[in-house]
Ligand binder design. Structure first.
Ligand SMILES: [Mg+2]
Length: 132
C-alpha cells in the first residue's frame, strides 16, 4: 500500500516544529494567514489594510536578513502566479526566498540558509534550489 503524501498543512506544522526546536532563539518566525476562505467584505477590508497576496508561508527575520519559504506538498504542489510575483518582489528587495516541496526539502533549504544547524555558511544556495 502506498504511503499517503502529507498535506501542505502537515508539512507546514512539521517545518515550524523544526524551526522552533533548531532555529536561533532570536530569530523572528511568522506565518501570514493569507489562505482560507473569507467573505468579500472581509477580503476587501484586509486588502485595503495591506494584506499581500502570495506571501510565503513561513517568514524568518534573523541577523538582519529576511527569508521567505513557500511550502508545498512533496508532490503536486504548484506555485501560483501571485506567490511567484511576491517572492520575486521580496527577492528584489534583498530577501532570500525558496519553494520547498515537502519537509525534507524545507530542512535542506533552511540548513543551506544556516538557520537550523547547518555546517554550511549562509549562502544563497537555498534560493538556487527554489523552483519559483
Ligand atoms: Mg504554500
Amino acid at each position: 500500500m502506498k504511503k499517503p503524501i502529507p498535506s501542505e498543512d502537515t508539512v507546514h506544522r512539521a517545518v515550524l516544529a523544526h524551526l522552533r526546536m533548531r532555529a536561533p532563539k532570536s530569530a523572528v518566525i511568522w506565518h501570514t494567514p493569507n489562505g482560507g476562505s473569507r467573505n468579500v467584505i472581509e477580503a476587501a477590508k484586509l486588502k485595503a489594510m495591506g494584506v499581500m497576496a502570495g506571501f510565503p508561508d513561513v517568514m524568518i527575520w534573523h541577523a538582519g536578513s529576511l527569508y521567505g519559504l513557500e511550502l508545498k506538498r512533496e508532490k503536486g504542489g504548484r506555485v501560483s502566479a501571485k506567490q511567484a510575483e511576491c517572492m520575486a518582489a521580496l527577492t528584489r528587495e534583498g530577501a532570500l526566498c525558496a519553494v520547498a516541496h515537502g519537509v525534507d526539502h524545507a530542512i535542506e533549504i533552511l540548513e543551506g540558509w544556516g538557520l537550523i544547524g547547518s555546517q554550511k555558511s549562509k549562502t544563497r544556495a537555498g534560493s538556487e534550489a527554489a523552483r519559483v
